[in-house]
Design a protein around this ligand. Structure first.
Ligand SMILES: Cc1cc2nc3c(=O)[nH]c(=O)nc-3n(C[C@H](O)[C@H](O)[C@H](O)COP(=O)(O)OP(=O)(O)OC[C@H]3O[C@@H](n4cnc5c(N)ncnc54)[C@H](O)[C@@H]3O)c2cc1C
Length: 378
C-alpha cells in the first residue's frame, strides 16, 4: 500500500521534493502537490521581466506539464491547515494524508509600510514585476530609491542585483546621467555571510554611481511629497520607489497551529515540525538559513531522503548541512557565485567566485536544468 504524501505549495521546495520522491519511490509514495497558481516562475525571472529582458509569457512553467509516476498536481487554494490532525482543507477538497509537507513560501505585507501601495511599487510578485516594468518603460529619468523594507527577505543578493541592473537599464535608455539610484537596506553589508562578496559588491555599487545606505530602513513613504522617511530620521526624495516589501507567512499558515513567532519552527536537520508526520521546508520556516530557492531546494532534497528512508525502512540520512550555491547578477551580464554553508561549522562560511560572463551562462543553465527536472524529462 502506498503512503499518501500531501505537499502544499509547488514552488522551489515542493517541486524538488515531489520530483525526488517520484524518482526514488514511485511505488511506495503517492504525492499530491497543491498550488493555487497554474504555473511556476523562478524568483529571478521577475527581474528579467521588470527590466524588459524577457516577456512575462516566456517565464511561466505550467504545472500541467508535470507528468511523473506517483505525482498528481492539483490547482487548488488551501484555506486551512491543522497540523495536530494533519487535516488540510482547500476550496475544492479535504485531505488527511499520512505525511504532510508545508512548502508555501513567504508572502508580502504591503500595509506594513505606509505609503507603499499608494506611491511605491513592489517588484517581488509577478504583478509587481509587471507594474515595475511599465513604470520603468515610462520613466523619464530622476531619483530612484530601491528600498528593502524588512529585515528578512527572499534572496539577499536581489536588492544589489536590482540596483545594478537598474543602472545598466537606465544607461541603455540614455537616462543614467539624468538619474540617481539609492539603495537602502537594513542589512549591514550586501551579503552579511561573506565579507569578501560584500566588499566586491560594494565596489561595484560605487563604480556604478549607486548611493548605498546599509543598516537603514525606510519606514514610510509620503505620497504627497514623494519623500521616503527612514527609521533613523533621515529622508530621501524619490521620483520612483521600488520596494522589497516586508515578508510574512501566507495567511493560511499564520492562522494554523504550526506557527510560532510568525513562521513554522522546524528541526533544521530533518524539517520535522512539532506534529508527527508534518514537515515544513523553504521560506515558510524559521530555520536559521536565508530565504532562497537554492536553500529551499537543498532542504527538499534532505527531506526527500528522510521520507525515502522511512518508506524503505532504512536508517535516516545525515542532517541537513545548510550548504548551497547562490548566484548574484552584478550588471553588464556578469554573474558571481557564493558557495555557502550555514550549519556545518561554528559560524556560517562562504566562498565568493568573482562575477564573470561565464557565470552569466552558468546561472541560465542552473535555471534550465531545474525547469527540465521538474517539468520535463530529466
Ligand atoms: C526578485 C527575486 C529574485 C530571486 N532570486 C533568486 C535567486 O537568484 N536564487 C535563489 O536561490 N532564490 C532567489 N529568489 C528566492 C526564491 O524565489 C525563493 O526563496 C523560493 O522560491 C522559495 O521557495 P519555496 O518553495 O519556499 O516557496 P515558493 O517558491 O514561493 O513557493 C510557494 C508556493 O506556495 C503557493 N501558495 C502559497 N499560498 C497558497 C495557498 N493558500 N494555496 C495554494 N498555494 C499557495 C504559491 O503559489 C507558491 O507557488 C528570488 C526571489 C525574488 C522575489
Amino acid at each position: 500500500m502506498s503512503t499518501d504524501v500531501l505537499v502544499l505549495g509547488a514552488g522551489f521546495g515542493g517541486l524538488e521534493l515531489a520530483t525526488r520522491l517520484s524518482h526514488a519511490v514511485p511505488d511506495k509514495a503517492h504525492v499530491t502537490l497543491i498550488d493555487r497558481q497554474e504555473a511556476f516562475m523562478f524568483g529571478f525571472s521577475k527581474l528579467d521581466v521588470m527590466f524588459g529582458r524577457r516577456d512575462m509569457s516566456e517565464v511561466w512553467h505550467p504545472y500541467r506539464a508535470i507528468d511523473r509516476p506517483g505525482v498528481e498536481f492539483r490547482q487548488e487554494t488551501i484555506v486551512s491547515i491543522d497540523g495536530a490532525s494533519r487535516r488540510v482543507v482547500t476550496e475544492a477538497a479535504t485531505y488527511a494524508p499520512d505525511v504532510l509537507v508545508v512548502a508555501l513560501g513567504a508572502d508580502y505585507d504591503l500595509a506594513a509600510t505606509p505609503g507603499l501601495v499608494e506611491d511605491g511599487c513592489e517588484f517581488y510578485s509577478p504583478e509587481g514585476a509587471a507594474r515595475a516594468r511599465d513604470l520603468l518603460a515610462a520613466f523619464p529619468g530622476g531619483r530612484v530609491v530601491v528600498g528593502v523594507l524588512g529585515g528578512m527577505f527572499k534572496c539577499p543578493g536581489a536588492p544589489n542585483e536590482t540596483a545594478l541592473l537598474l543602472s545598466d537599464y537606465l544607461a541603455q535608455r540614455g537616462l543614467r546621467q539624468a538619474s540617481s539610484i539609492h539603495l537602502v537596506s537594513p542589512l549591514p553589508m550586501p551579503i552579511p555571510v561573506s565579507k569578501r562578496t560584500s566588499e566586491a559588491i560594494t565596489a561595484l555599487l560605487v563604480e556604478a554611481g549607486i548611493e548605498y545606505w546599509p543598516s537603514a530602513r525606510v519606514a514610510r513613504l509620503d505620497p504627497v511629497t514623494h519623500i521616503a522617511h527612514l527609521e533613523d530620521g533621515r529622508t530621501l526624495p524619490y521620483d520612483l520607489f521600488l520596494g522589497i516589501p516586508v515578508h510574512c507567512a501566507p495567511e493560511v499558515v499564520a492562522r494554523s497551529d504550526l506557527v510560532a513567532g510568525g513562521w513554522i519552527p522546524v528541526d533544521p536537520g530533518n524539517f520535522a515540525t512539532r506534529f508527527p508526520g508534518v514537515y515544513a521546508i523553504g521560506d515558510v520556516t524559521s530555520a536559521p538559513v536565508p530565504r532562497a530557492g537554492g536553500i529551499a531546494e537543498g532542504e527538499a532534497a534532505v527531506l526527500g531522503e528522510v521520507l525515502i528512508a522511512q518508506l524503505r525502512g532504512e536508517d535516516p540520512p545525515p542532517p541537513y548541512d545548510g550548504a548551497a550555491s547562490c548566484y548574484v547578477e552584478l550588471g553588464k551580464e556578469r554573474v558571481g557565485r557564493i558557495d555557502v554553508n550555514f550549519l556545518s561549522y561554528d559560524t556560517p562560511v562562504a566562498k565568493f567566485n568573482a562575477p564573470t560572463s561565464e557565470g552569466f551562462v552558468e546561472k541560465q543553465k542552473w535555471g534550465a536544468v531545474r525547469a527540465a527536472r521538474w517539468f520535463g524529462s530529466l
